[in-house]
Design a binder for this molecule. Structure first.
Ligand code: SF4
Ligand code: SF4
Length: 472
């Protein structure tokens, strides 16, 4: 192979020999997978944009208010007290991504990642609409600054800015809540200058990424992309070029009508370079699996169209593992994938179980540190406690009181006559638990307490009750 063909070993596709940026002009994709991606994009974009503006029972559908320590996921409020759920979800997500990637490669990047969705399915489409396809874009960039070029570039950058501003607003709605965002909009930027400046900074970052930095997010900046080399192996199913079929003994060569390439030993690749031209990260998939490949499948579509035109079977580029290509076998749901699927199923089951048993109210009743029990009249033993009730819902709990569930005895709140736990708020105070000495079995007794709002049991909790060492 000549040195030019081996350049991919020394530098990424978006860099020239001098180490400068080589601008990528991907050809407009078309084909089966592109259609699927377009449908998925519509769904994901609607979900992404609509989520902060939908409210369920007064809760925003998706909210990540880090400063206000308020999180809503699918309309369910989560609080810092639910941190353990977040950690569990994160561990499961990391495991999911790791297992999924080693089984199916970087498919998340090409199909679900917001960076690819906005870059390839929104900004790139605007570029095709205004500047035309690959060839027209290349010619336009080489042209002098004529009025036509100024008009086209100016209009494109203006639209890019508007969309970046829109994305920044949606982003803000996720962070501070859509109601607060609408309030900022009604009050005007001068009333909320610091927020407006932050919004403009985010707009600038999005504009920079989508108008200039582009595919470099995936090829240089993204840590997930860097992980590919340790996550993929010979069994991983990724977008791959079937080099056995594409090259055969004589390698790839241009198409000639009416020749039997297989009999001649020529590969099925007709070296048309359509798969390279269509690639948004500027790589040649025929050089093998590369870190820059985001599994967008544009090259599969491009090659399938060519194969159809030259009357050869489709699938020269497709979803294959290295082992599939070597053994010339089809992709199967193998035992490794089954094992991974089973692990993920169990993990998702654990998370669902944890979410299912999560309560709307969190109650803690703790013995006051340093306080001993007291013996009252009629051999009644009493202990003093602090309590904390956290209401995770958007409605308040009225007439809240405590009942002993495990023992005959009483609970008296010292600080409140009637406890009200406000929406998304908490109530704290002190209480006494009194139990007849005869009912205590040990020096340290576990007692169960029911927390009621009116007649309705809203939570149960347990605590320790101390008594004298010998009772009888
Ligand atoms: S599109 Fe297919 S035939 Fe054309 S160069 Fe790529 S692999 Fe070869
Ligand atoms: S090689 Fe193919 S799948 Fe990978 S990024 Fe390029 S076009 Fe997309």
């Amino acid at each position: 192979m000549d040195t030019e063909d081996n350049n991919f070993r020394d530098r990424i596709g978006t860099m020239n020999a001098e180490g400068k940026r080589a601008w990528v002009y991907p050809k407009k994709p078309d084909g089966r997978f592109y259609k699927y991606r377009t449908w998925l994009t519509w769904f994901l974009l609607i979900f992404l944009i609509a989520s902060p503006f939908i409210h369920i029972n007064g809760n925003q559908f998706m909210l990540f208010n880090i400063l206000g320590r308020e999180f809503h996921i699918f309309g369910q409020p989560f609080w810092p007290q639910d941190f353990y759920l977040g950690v569990t979800a994160m561990i499961i997500a990391v495991l999911f991504i790791t297992l999924f990637t080693s089984a199916f490669g970087r498919i998340f990047c090409g199909w679900i990642c917001p960076q690819t969705i906005f870059m390839e399915m929104v900004f790139r489409k605007i570029e095709y609409w205004i500047e035309g396809d690959r060839g027209a874009q290349m010619r336009l960039d080489k042209e002098e600054w004529t009025s036509d070029k100024i008009k086209k570039k100016g209009f494109k950058w203006f639209l890019f800015f508007l969309i970046s501003f829109g994305i920044a607003n949606v982003f803000l709605a996720y962070l501070v809540g859509s109601k607060r965002l609408l309030q900022y909009v009604t009050e005007g930027p001068l009333e909320n200058l610091s927020t407006f400046i932050a919004l403009l900074i985010f707009t600038g970052v999005f504009y920079f990424i989508f108008s200039w930095f582009r595919e470099q997010v995936c090829t240089i900046a993204c840590p997930y992309g860097r992980l590919q080399s340790v996550l993929l192996d010979k069994k991983s199913v990724v977008v791959a070029y079937d080099h056995k079929r594409g090259e055969r003994s004589l390698g790839r060569s241009k198409f000639k009508k009416n020749e039997d390439r297989q009999e001649l030993g020529k590969g099925d690749c007709i070296d048309c370079s359509q798969c390279v031209q269509v690639c948004p990260t500027g790589i040649d998939i025929r050089n093998g699996t590369q870190l820059e490949c985001i599994n967008c499948t544009a090259c599969i579509d491009a090659c399938d169209i060519i194969m159809e035109k030259v009357d050869l079977p489709k699938g020269l580029i497709g979803f294959y593992s290295e082992e599939n290509i070597e053994k010339e076998e089809k992709v199967r749901f193998n035992s490794r994938m089954k094992g991974f699927a089973a692990i993920l199923f169990v993990l998702v089951g654990i998370l669902s179980g944890m979410l299912f048993i999560r309560t709307d109210v969190e109650a803690t009743v703790l013995r006051l540190p340093g306080q001993l029990y007291e013996t009252q009249e009629n051999n009644i033993i009493s202990n003093v406690y602090t309590f904390k009730l956290i209401n995770k819902t958007t409605g308040s709990f009225e007439d809240v009181h405590f009942k002993l569930l495990s023992h005959k005895g009483s609970i008296e709140s010292v600080t409140h006559e009637r406890i009200i736990v406000p929406e998304k708020g908490l109530a704290e105070g002190t209480l006494f638990i009194e139990i007849p000495k005869a009912l205590l079995k040990d020096e340290k007794n576990s007692v169960e307490i029911g927390i009621y709002s009116g007649e309705k049991l809203i939570e149960t909790t347990s605590t320790n009750f101390m008594g004298p060492r010998s009772f009888r």
